[in-house]
Design a protein around this ligand. Sequence first.
Ligand code: NCD
Length: 313
Amino acid sequence: MKRINGDFFGKSIISVEQFSKKDIEIVFDFALHYKKGIKEGTIYNELSGKILTALFYEPSSRTFGSFVAAMQRLGGGVIPIHGVATTSVVKGESLSDTIKTFASYSDAIVLRHPEEGMPLNASKISNVPIINAGDGVGEHPTQGLLDLFTIKEQLGKLNNLKVALVGDLAHSRTAHSLAKLIALFSKNKLYFIAPPLSPMPEIITREITQKGISCKNFTSINKIIEEVDVLYITRVQKERMSSKLYQKIKNAFKIDNKLANRMKKQALIMSPLPRVGEIDEDVDINPRATYLKYQMRNGMFIRMVLLRLILKR
Ligand code: NCD
């Protein structure tokens, strides 16, 4: 896994650990440029002649849709593999052969896979860059970036923040990526609020603590709700656990307006979505809610930047 170090061209994006603060600044500045341009009706064709394969072994709405939109908004083309049920994977083809196949038709592959580590493996055998669009319980680096971008945009800063990650944290890859990104910036405090049966993986907690960022574990939102700047809530990842565990933790957390209104006025409520009951729909019009209003759409701008920087010097 190569570090980016200011040069995205030709590189795979597997984990947020590849990014420096400077890399993130480059991406965010460029994303603001595209955001403004699209708003003004600019038509881009910077990636005309380039083709992206969107190879998704798992369901997806936002990540798939925004990658396809991002590529097309830059004038590029897409091979859309939205679920592998109609591909040779059902005949028993290996990931390695599938990757080599699409690498021979396209200039980059966005890969979502149920097994952690598969994008990294794919990047070792592919002669085109691989972008991790979520690997099992591993990471979701492009989501992490769009979440961080939304925080920067809405709060105007990335340090000195209290960020609560709430939900099924053992299995939430978006929370893993965001936690690591938050830990890059000084004086941040992380609160991990998870059921005892599904805590933030210790390896991530350890990495973050080593960077000098404080992280504390809680089992209830109540204690921290009034002090946090960001409350990032994820769904219970039903498909990644036994039905026994699911039954035990399925209703672990829920945010409604009664709880939301106890938060600071400028605080943010965030979610990678989809939600399945953990955010009351009444919260959508709460001024703190970002998920439908900003977060989702920002994903497209962040992905435009990444594709542009990876595919063209
Ligand atoms: C997330 C994912 O797939 O990890 N969705 C997304 O990409 N926005 C979150 C989830 O499925 O819960």
